[in-house]
Write a protein that binds this ligand. Structure first.
Ligand code: BGP
Length: 463
């Protein structure tokens, strides 16, 4: 069978500023929570490798954009680091950052690679975090100012903007499961943080639309379809529905429909954890929904009704409402511990079509991190990552099917272009189409998957 995609499909990859750029003497970047956390507690990071050791996009972007061309990109997503552009979170703009992002954007456009720009990828400026980060309402206003500054500086050329990447992750990581700074366990604060992120997104969308720059703005969500263990067991179904409300619909519904899910609101009300909402906020959220949606998909959630009485903390936690279980016979990526379930991508797209007005969307991340890829180097020095090609194909087949059935999908971005630094796993797992040799001045070599992607995108599909 031939899998052909719609004309002008966006093919490319995604990355983020904090994971690729690096920090340099004299670049005047301010610290963000990752720089701070690493300085404070390097042992929390894999191999004690911190965010300062990235693939050096700040220095290499011109050559990297050529590699994007060679690997068939017509679009590329990265993020503008708030702490690079406005080092203290508010106040002075760093001219060096303006020059850098201008040059990246111009270089992408000159090479026919459309820039997709995201504004927040887990990287709170430390000066803002000192005042509570997303817990504090002031951060919402500071973020909106940062967003407006970006639109005014770069919006004449950037026509695709995103307010957040995976806003649920700072909630989970920072306030529930302790894998992001400030790494505390407090579901009440988690609710406030999530609410402020959603409000900040709507406010940034409002500002963007008022500026009338002729582009579009969306949000990027990691959607994890939540499957009950037994579809005929109402308790399992109920548990899966709660997990879906907390981890998916918490941001999907306000972003697309302008309202929060009633079951989530009821749950928070019941435990007296509703966030502080100021007058007029809900109207702003209602009136400023997204133009398009980015969908990051890696893994599903397998849920069953609560069996164990085990509590993760003294206070309420999402896990009080459901248990996770391992699907028997599941396919795993053992390096990341994530289940690989290709049909999940189809289920998400079908859900968006049926329940979210068939919102225009694209796959904004999908990928496979593999440890020890050096063992696949062939005699020509290329990594033969056939497993990655299979992974992409297997997911694309389901994307194709959803499109055939009417889903409004406009593109597919792989995580990621070149191997980069990962929040807690540093360089353990490699995700790129292009290998980065850290011991050899970050030398880049296109992997087999990168060559395949070029061929596939030239044909706008594959057999
Ligand atoms: C997504 C993030 C990316 C990236 C990717 C891979 O959730 O948006 O920033 O890191 O996951 O995950 P990891 O690097 O943790 O293996």
């Amino acid at each position: 069978m031939k899998y052909t995609f719609p004309e002008n499909f966006w093919w490319g990859s995604a990355a983020s500023g904090p994971q690729t750029e690096g920090t340099y003497e004299g670049d005047q970047k301010g610290a963000n929570i990752w720089d701070h956390w690493y300085a404070e507690q390097p042992e929390a990071f894999f191999d004690q490798v911190g965010p300062n050791r990235t693939s050096a996009f700040y220095k290499n972007y011109k050559a990297d954009i050529q590699l994007m061309k060679q690997t068939g990109h017509n679009s590329f997503r990265t993020s503008i680091q708030w702490s690079r552009l406005i080092p203290n979170g508010t106040g002075e703009v760093n001219q060096k950052a303006v020059d850098f992002y201008n040059s990246v954007i111009d270089e992408l456009i000159a090479n026919d690679v459309e820039p997709f720009m995201n504004l927040y990828h887990f990287d709170m400026p430390m000066k803002m975090q000192e005042k509570g980060g997303w817990e504090n309402r002031e951060t919402v206003e500071a973020y909106v100012h940062f967003a407006k500054t970006c639109f005014e500086l770069f919006g004449d050329r950037v026509k695709k903007w995103f307010t957040h990447n995976e806003p649920i992750v700072p909630v989970e990581g920072g306030y529930l499961y302790q894998f992001h700074y400030p790494a505390i366990v407090d579901m009440k604060k988690a609710a406030q943080v999530g609410y402020h992120e959603a409000l900040a997104s709507a406010k940034a969308i409002k500002v963007y639309h008022e500026l009338n720059q002729g582009g579009e703005i969306g949000i990027i969500l990691n959607l994890t379809p939540s499957y009950p263990r037994d579809e005929n067991n109402p308790e399992d179904v109920k548990a899966a529905r709660i997990a879906d409300a907390i981890f998916n619909r918490s941001f999907l519904e306000p972003a697309v429909k302008g309202v929060f899910p009633t079951d989530l609101v009821d749950l928070l009300k019941e435990i007296d954890y509703l966030p502080v909402i100021e007058e007029g906020d809900l109207d702003i959220i209602k009136e400023n929904t997204v133009d398009l949606l980015g969908v990051n998909y890696y893994q599903p959630r397998r849920i069953k009704a609560k069996e164990s009485a085990e509590k993760l903390s003294d206070g309420p936690m999402p896990d009080d409402y459901f248990d996770n279980y391992e699907m028997p016979g599941r396919k795993m990526n053992p390096y990341r511990g994530w289940e690989i379930y290709e049909k999940g991508i189809y289920d998400i797209l079908t859900n968006l079509r049926e329940n979210y007005g068939n919102i225009r969307c694209f796959i904004s991340e999908n990928g496979m991190g593999v440890e020890g890829e050096e063992r696949y180097i062939n005699e020509d020095g290329r990594i033969d990552d056939d497993y990655r090609i299979e992974f992409v194909k297997d997911h694309l087949k389901y994307v194709h099917q959803a499109i055939q059935e009417g889903s409004n999908v406009q593109g597919y971005h792989m995580w990621t272009c070149m191997d980069n630094w990962s929040w807690l796993n540093a360089y353990k797992n490699r995700y790129g189409f292009i290998a980065v040799d850290l011991d050899n001045d970050c030398k880049r070599t296109i992997k087999k998957s990168g060559q395949w992607f070029k061929q596939m995108t030239d044909n706008n599909g594959f057999d």
